[in-house]
Design a protein around this ligand. Structure first.
Ligand SMILES: [Zn+2]
Length: 77
């Protein structure tokens, strides 16, 4: 299991809030952990969007971005 980290600043020090959310101890960003696709890093998003705009197949996108294909389909149904 991957340790929860802040999607914004990637710090691993996060507080658990009562409603299942987490709050980053550094940038105070509230987020819900392990909810795809928001858990991707900004760089991964940028890559996906870049290749998607170039009309690459999802197969080659997942190869280029090293993101599992299954996950990619969850992003772009
Ligand atoms: Zn943060």
């Amino acid at each position: 299991m991957v340790r929860i980290e802040c999607p914004k600043c990637r710090t691993k020090k996060v507080y658990r809030l009562g409603n299942g959310k987490r709050r980053c101890s550094r940038c105070r960003y509230d987020f819900i952990p392990h909810r795809l696709p928001l858990y991707l890093t900004r760089d991964q998003w940028r890559e996906i969007i870049r290749w998607f705009l170039l009309e690459q197949s999802s197969e080659s996108v997942s190869l280029r971005t090293s993101i599992e294909r299954k996950r990619y389909y969850e992003l772009l149904p």
